[in-house]
Write a protein that binds this ligand. Structure first.
Ligand code: TXA
Ligand code: MG
Length: 328
């Protein structure tokens, strides 16, 4: 790994956009904000750059990447859209939705980025900085979340710097992201499948489809045969153990609360953070990864997390928390 590489940090703006596009064109690695989390971008057509990207993240090479494009025309040169995929793209792009689709015949995305699958994951991000960089670069940009593999996803440029300084070329700092959890991933096969809950709720997608989303096969979560390959059980793990659905606090635990209700024995907590005092799931999603990182630094015995409703964005929040609780 290229530790010892100088990682430049630039504030978002016209100069940073031009620099980022140039670095991508030369096969470099650029972290930039999207509306969901910060991504680590590389030229989707450059296998050497993508190999460096896997290496910089310490990511298993079988875990494929999302191609980020600026418009539907570019998306349709990469993937084959059926009617349902088109409807979802028109309803939700740009935005926090990724579609997994069959590859187009002369798909410009390198095999390495799709891990040898005959499908490709694709999205149009809504963040202005991300779109400006993709447009200036002029091609598709593959971008996983800009964290070390297995770590909590980054929602600020400081998080990216903490994980990847010395391993990547450039970080474009556009401030904290808005959504805070990754995009929702839908596989558009004969019946659309929810491969990863995320920043766009199941209910919104099902309303446009006019049918329920299917679940992926159960064995999707084994490390050996990932169906939604990134859905490894051990993703998103802080070092500190995570205890879910806590109704009270044990001495020496950190408390991650949600909503206005008082938690039993909360005076035992070494530190308390509340994802959303007023019980707002969007606010909780935006705070989730940053708070996990902060609490992880406090050397608590465990992070006790109070229950979060499994509705709307709560589905994605609970998914990430369950993965954090599995540990590594
Ligand atoms: O919000 C997001 O989606 C962020 C921002 C940067 O766009 N990106 C992101 O990328 O979360 P990453 O690499 O951390 O997660 C991508 C997920 C992985 O779980 C991967 O396995 C899955 O997408 N994926 C990629 N290509 C796939 C494919 N052809 N079939 C099934 N799953 C795929
Ligand atoms: Mg990730």
């Amino acid at each position: 790994v290229d530790t010892g590489l100088k990682t430049h940090v630039l504030s978002a703006g016209a100069a940073a956009t031009a620099t980022a596009a140039g670095v991508l064109a030369e096969g470099g690695l650029v972290a930039f904000p999207t509306e969901t989390v910060y991504g680590l971008g590389a030229d989707a057509g450059n296998a050497a750059a993508i190999a460096r990207l896997y290496q910089a993240k310490g990511r298993p090479a079988f875990n494929p990447l999302i191609a980020h494009v600026a418009d539907l025309g570019a998306a349709r040169r990469i993937a084959l859209f059926n009617g349902q995929a088109l409807r979802l793209a028109e309803a939700f792009w740009p935005g926090p939705l990724t579609l997994v689709l069959p590859k187009a015949l002369s798909c410009p995305v390198a095999e390495l980025a799709t891990a040898g699958l005959d499908t490709v994951a694709i999205r149009i991000p809504a963040h202005k900085v991300a779109r400006d960089i993709i447009k200036a670069f002029g091609g598709a940009v593959v971008a996983p979340s800009a964290n070390l593999s297995g770590h909590v996803s980054p929602t600020t440029a400081e998080h990216v710097n903490g994980d990847l300084a010395g391993r990547i070329d450039l970080i474009v700092d556009g401030g904290p992201v808005e959504v805070g959890v990754e995009s929702t991933i839908v596989g558009c096969f004969s019946d659309p499948v929810l491969l990863r809950p995320g920043g766009l709720t199941r209910a919104e997608i099902e309303r446009v489809l006019g049918q329920p989303l299917q679940s992926p096969p159960q064995d999707a979560e084994t490390d050996a045969q990932p169906v939604a390959p990134g859905m490894l059980a051990s993703h998103y793990a802080p070092r500190t153990p995570v205890r879910l659905n806590a109704s009270d606090v044990h001495v020496g635990e950190a408390l991650l609360a949600f909503g206005p209700a008082k938690v039993a024995r909360s005076e035992c907590a070494s530190v308390v953070m509340n994802l959303s005092e007023r019980g707002d799931l969007a606010e909780a999603a935006a705070n989730l990864f940053g708070y996990l990182r902060t609490l992880d630094k406090r050397n608590a015995d465990a992070i006790a997390v109070t229950p979060i409703p499994e509705e709307g964005l709560g589905e994605a929040i609970n998914d990430r928390l369950r993965r954090a609780a599995v540990g590594r």
